[in-house]
Structure formats: C-alpha cells, structure tokens
Design a protein around this ligand. Structure first.
Ligand code: UDP
Ligand code: MG
Length: 317
C-alpha cells in the first residue's frame, strides 16, 4: 500500500487546528487505498498549537508532529517537513483551511496518472484585498519576465508532490528559501487543478505588507540575477548618453560661447544619477547579503522533537 503524507506547517494556529483535522479526516477516511500520514510542523508557535497537536495525536496515530526549535518561517518549516515526511507522495496544506482538503482526491487521481507535481491554481481569492491581488499580480509578471523558467500564476504551496520531487527539493538547502520558485525550477511533470481559495477559517494571517515585500525581494534575488544585469545596462546607457551629451556641450561651447545656464538640468541629472547609484548599490547589497548568509553554510533549521522525542543534532539534517 502506498503512503501519502499531508504536510502542514503551523504557526500560532490553535484556533483552527480542530476544524482542520475534522475536514481532513472526513476526506482521508474515505480514501482507503492509501496509508495516510499527517505531519504537522510546529514552526515555533507561541500559543497552544503544540498542545493542541499532541491532543490530536492522542486521538489519531496517523498524526506526526515535528517541533522546530524556533520560528523559522513557512519556507523553512516546509523544508523541515520534506526531511521528515514518509509518504510516496506528499500534499502540502496550509493550516488555516485556505487550501480545501476536498481537492485531495482529484490530486491523487492525477498522481496515479503519472504526474509528479499536481498544483492547485486559484480560480478566485476570497478575503484578500484588491491591493493585495494587484500587487501580487505585478510581482509575478515581473518575476516571469526576468526568467526563462515558467512561473505558475495564482499558485501557492498547495500541491501534491511525488517522492522524486520531495527528494529533489531536499537537495536544495539554501536558507533563503523561495519554495514557490523551486517547484518550478526542479521541473518534472506538472499538472494544474483549479480551486476557489477560501478566506482563512480562523485566526490571523501572519503576512503583512512588509513581509510580503521581503518575500518578493527573496523571490527575485533567489531566482534570478537579472536586476544586476539591468543595473549594468542602465549604467552603460547613462554613460553613453552622457558621453554624447558631453560632445554636444563641447561643440556648443566652442561655437556659441558659454553663458552659464542649465542649473536646473544639472541638479536633475545629479539627483537622478544619485538615485540610480543608490538603487544599484542596494540591489548589489541584496545579493551580497545572500552570499554572506549562504557561505556561512549553517544548517537551515534545528528541530527540537519528533512526536515528543528529542532529536539529537549529531546526525540531523
Ligand atoms: N506559517 C508558518 N510559519 C510562519 C508563518 C506561517 O509555518 O512563520 C504557516 C501558517 O501556520 C499557515 C501557512 O504557513 O499554515 C500560511 O500562513 P498564513 O495563512 O498566515 O499566510 P497567508 O495564507 O495569509 O498567505
Ligand atoms: Mg492563510
């Protein structure tokens, strides 16, 4: 019998876990041809998430609990999950029920047909502001233009992955993780299923615009070096035009003399170039910061316990 694991990262989700478990149970109890595992990764929650998880595990032994040593963020929590899931296929779900478990049977069908990565694409998004939808759309179109790899639109982490994909993702051990990009980057046979994204069932979103902006920068800088190329090209363009302008100025001064003009244009050009320089420095800084972090080569995370048993650091990761 093949094993299918649900992987659920959870950070301060005490309010929604009971409901989540009921919804999942209703689905997986009806799919008897697989052996099920539900792996919760507790990402350093500060509320009672862990206690709630243990009480669920007491009712249902299919539940496993990995407890990380602190809050690492969803991206790293997912990697920790990849390291500990046992399934031949895994399905990544958000704890807040924004990813309806009712889609699982359809995903499994495609998996049986031989697809390795069955991703859920949002037909609609409830409970998200107009501004969030628009900014997210812009971000993806910029990201797509900067790379040859196809980025899946309106797609989150909600997907079924075959074991081969999970093992591929485990080989990517960067600490600055943009998992959504990695799903595309590793390739394999992909298939989409459509769904309507619900609003969060309970609790609060952990995202704010500052975090989303960071994730966007993460996405671009971890995925493509195109911004560096753009600032090089821009530098070249500005140098070339100032060279041409210089020749024009020399010619004009010789022919017509010089009666000190052009203070405003001077100021505008200086400010403009100053801005571009700072921006390019910032872009370079973003990449250098990532080089800095990755060269330290630290383990991506530490996990405290698995099903309540202490994990030693001798051989973890
Ligand atoms: N999450 C996590 N660590 C964090 C933040 C979030 O594991 O530091 C989990 C969270 O518990 C949920 C999923 O990631 O299962 C998505 O989080 P959220 O619903 O806050 O994000 P949104 O759906 O608003 O993008
Ligand atoms: Mg959510």
């Amino acid at each position: 019998m093949k094993k299918v694991s649900l992987l659920i990262p959870a950070y301060n989700e005490e309010k929604v876990l009971g409901l989540l478990y009921q919804r999942i149970k209703a689905i997986i109890d009806n799919i008897k041809q697989y052996d099920w595992e539900i792996l919760f990764v507790n990402d350093g929650s500060k509320d009672n998430t862990l206690a709630v998880l243990y009480s669920l595990r007491a009712q249902d032994e299919r539940i496993n609990i990995l407890d990380l040593s602190r809050n690492y963020g969803k991206e790293v929590a997912m990697l920790a999950g990849f390291d500990h899931v046992k399934g031949d296929a895994i399905i990544i779900l958000d704890a807040d029920l924004q990813d309806p478990p009712e889609l699982i049977p359809q995903m499994l069908e495609y998996w049986q047909e031989g697809y390795d990565d069955v991703y859920a694409k949002r037909r609609t998004r409830k409970g998200e502001s107009y501004f969030k939808k628009k900014t997210s759309k812009w971000f993806y179109s910029i990201l797509q233009k900067s790379t040859k790899i196809t980025i899946q639109l309106d797609t989150g982490d909600f997907r079924l992955l075959d074991r081969t994909c999970v093992d591929a993702l485990r080989k990517i051990r960067e600490s600055n993780r943009y998992t959504k990009g990695m799903f595309s980057w590793i390739g394999y046979n992909k298939k989409e299923v459509l769904f309507d994204r619900e609003a969060r069932a309970a609790g609060e979103t952990k995202w704010n615009y500052f975090k989303l902006f960071s994730l966007a920068v993460e996405g671009i800088t971890s995925f493509t070096t195109r911004p560096l190329r753009i600032s090089t090209m821009f530098g070249g363009l500005v140098s070339l035009s100032s060279f041409i302008y210089a020749i024009f100025m020399l010619y004009d001064t010789f022919m017509n003399g010089n009666d000190v003009k052009g203070y405003p244009s001077l100021l505008v050009i200086i400010l403009f170039l100053g801005g571009i320089q700072l921006l390019s420095l910032g872009i370079m800084g973003e990449y250098i910061a990532r080089i800095f972090i990755e060269t330290k080569n630290r383990p991506t995370y530490f996990a405290r316990t698995y099903n309540g048993e202490k994990l030693s650091n001798h051989d973890s990761n």
